[in-house]
Each structure stands twice: as C-alpha cells, then as structure tokens.
Ligand binder design. Sequence first.
Ligand code: B12
Length: 305
Amino acid sequence: MNKHRIHRVAKLTGLSKDVIRVWERRYSLVKPSRSANRYREYTDEDVSLFRFLKEEMDQGQTIGGLAMEGRDSLLQRMHASSIPKQQEFAPHRSLLDELISRLDPLDKGRFEQQLNAAIAVIPFEEAVQRILLPLQRRVGELWHEGRVNIAIEHYVTKLIQQKLFSVINQLPANEFGPRVLIACPEGEYHEIGAQAVTYLAAARGCHVYYLGPNLPLDDLEALCERVHPDLILLSLTETQSDEQAQHLLHRLQRLSQRWHVAVGGNGACAMQPLLEHTGIELLDDLGTLHNRLANLLATHQRAFH
Ligand code: B12
C-alpha cells in the first residue's frame, strides 16, 4: 500500500493541510503513522476516506456529525458507494473490441457509426475516460506491435482529436477563468493526454491555452511572461532516461520559480522520486487533476470577489 505525506494528501483530496491536521486532532477519524523523520504518513485508504468526507460535506453533512458515526461505519459506506463509480469509468471493453475489429479491413462507416452512437448516450467526460482514451491506447499499442498500419492509426487518432476539439470549441469561453497553459514539452509527441486535460480544464471553466506537442520550454517561458498563467500543465507520456529527466527538471524548476507548474502522464509518474522538493507538482491521474482544478477555481473566485 502507498504512503502519502500531508502535502500530497492535500493535493489528492482538495483539502488544505490545516484542515487535515485539525480533523486529525479534533475527530481522530484518520491517524497517520510517522516516518523515521517524523513526517505524517497516510495510507491510500486514508486518502479515500478524506475524499469521501469531503463529498459528504458537499452534500450538506457536517464533519462533527460524520465523526460521531465513526471510522468503521464511514469506511463501510465509502466502499459501498465507490464501487459503481469505479465501474462507471472503466474502459468499455466490448465496444472497444468491436471498434478495433472494424479497422482491419477498415469499415469506416460502421466504425464511426458505432463510435458516435456510443459517445452520444453518455456524458462526454465519461466518454473520454471510457472510450476515447482507451481507444487511443489500444490503437497506439496495435501500431507499436506492427498489427495496424500507421495510416489506420492516424485515422483513428485524428478522429479522437476532432471529437475532443469539437466539444472544447462548443464550451462557453471563460475569459475571466484562471489561465491554464497546457502542452507537451520538447521531444514529447504523444498529445492525446494533453488534449484530454485541455477538455477537462475548459469544461470546468478555466481559460485554457492549448499549445500542443513538442513545445520548446524557452518559448513556453516567453509566452508565460505575456499570459501570466495561474497554472502550467505539462503532459509527459514517454518515460525519460535519468539524464533526460534531470535535464528537463532543471528547466522546469526554473519555470516553477515564477509560475505554478504541474506534470502528469505516465512519463511524469515515472519521475516521481525526482520531483520531491522541486516545487513541481505531480498530478498522477485525472482524479488528482480534478481536485487541483477545483482548488484553482475556488482560489481564483475568492481573489475576484
Ligand atoms: C498512442 C501511442 C502512440 C501514437 C501517438 C498518437 C499521438 N499523436 O498522440 C503513435 C502511434 C503515433 C505513437 C508514436 C510513437 N510512440 Co507511442 N505510444 C502510444 C501509446 C499506445 C499510448 C500513449 C498515449 O497516447 N497516452 C495518452 C493516454 C491515451 O493514456 P495515458 O498515457 O495512460 O494517459 C493518462 C494519464 O497519464 C493522463 N495524462 C496524460 N497526460 C497528462 C497530463 C496531466 C497534466 C495530467 C494531470 C494527466 C495526464 O491522462 C490519461 C488518462 O488517464 C503508448 C503505450 C501505452 N499503452 O501507454 C506508446 C508509447 C508512449 N510510445 C512510445 C514510443 C517510443 C513512440 C515512438 C517514439 C515510436 C517511434 N519509434 O517512432 C513514436 C513517437 C511519437 C511520434 N513521433 O508521434 C513508447 C514510449 C517509451 C518510453 N520511453 O516511455 C510507448 C510507451 C510504447 C512502448 N511500450 O514502448 N505512439
């Protein structure tokens, strides 16, 4: 089981470090262990419980009332309520199998008809997670294994990109929302992760600048001076060698002295140990991104009022 320090728990749950400490002191629902150097360490279950408490409070419960219920009962309710949610966003495997079978030989009509019909009946955010991203992974993997040709991969990738952007373009532009710059740094060409993040940020009311793949950091920095972003989100899909990772982090640290910088994607997760104490945040899944954006929007709103 993973152990998380308090700053990470704050990022994962959207609660402030102060609230986490106060809840610990007053209500004892979560009792972190201590590392050798006395840092609080929380388990995955603690993190889930904090998230659950937050959801309950968003629905009108008070922390005092929840604390009276007791940890065991809360955990039971949490596990019962989390099952359907996890299933909801799991990849839609049977549909994906059928879609893949329409690619060789290519049956464009049926492929698009089936894809469009499936996407139309669920919220788009769910479609992104259950259908579009897994489809991209599946087709990319088939190309990597030499089982579909690059023209087919490009056809599917472009279709997915069109769907993401057509929905993004229909969202109301929020000029006054927090400014979020999203890109893949130089050398990173896998861009669907960054595009999905763009959709999620725009859908929540951020003012998004999507800058695409392979962006030199000098140029990103120059744009930051103009735009003054509230957050920079970088997508790293490929795992880097240690030397490449160190080089990249050195550059990102410079950027993070002026702006909030967060990285996500499989390549970023692989760099986790190197990210400690750099000031660069790791957002290791879309749930963490969701919390980070919620915090950003709340802070931004407070600053405006
Ligand atoms: C699709 C794919 C491709 C497509 C890319 C299409 C495109 N234009 O984006 C194609 C087929 C073109 C391709 C090409 C290449 N690929 Co490729 N590709 C993949 C594949 C299958 C999926 C990557 C992807 O799109 N991920 C994005 C989404 C769909 O999934 P995800 O990574 O899980 O992302 C999730 C989270 O990480 C998160 N996320 C992502 N970014 C961010 C950012 C933030 C801020 C946050 C919060 C979250 C977040 O969102 C997603 C949802 O949960 C992976 C293998 C795999 N299964 O991961 C290999 C892989 C990444 N590719 C690889 C390589 C080497 C290449 C090539 C260099 C191969 C070559 N010799 O030419 C080229 C380079 C790219 C190029 N020049 O276009 C390697 C990388 C190896 C490494 N060092 O890590 C991999 C791992 C394959 C492998 N097993 O070797 N690839």
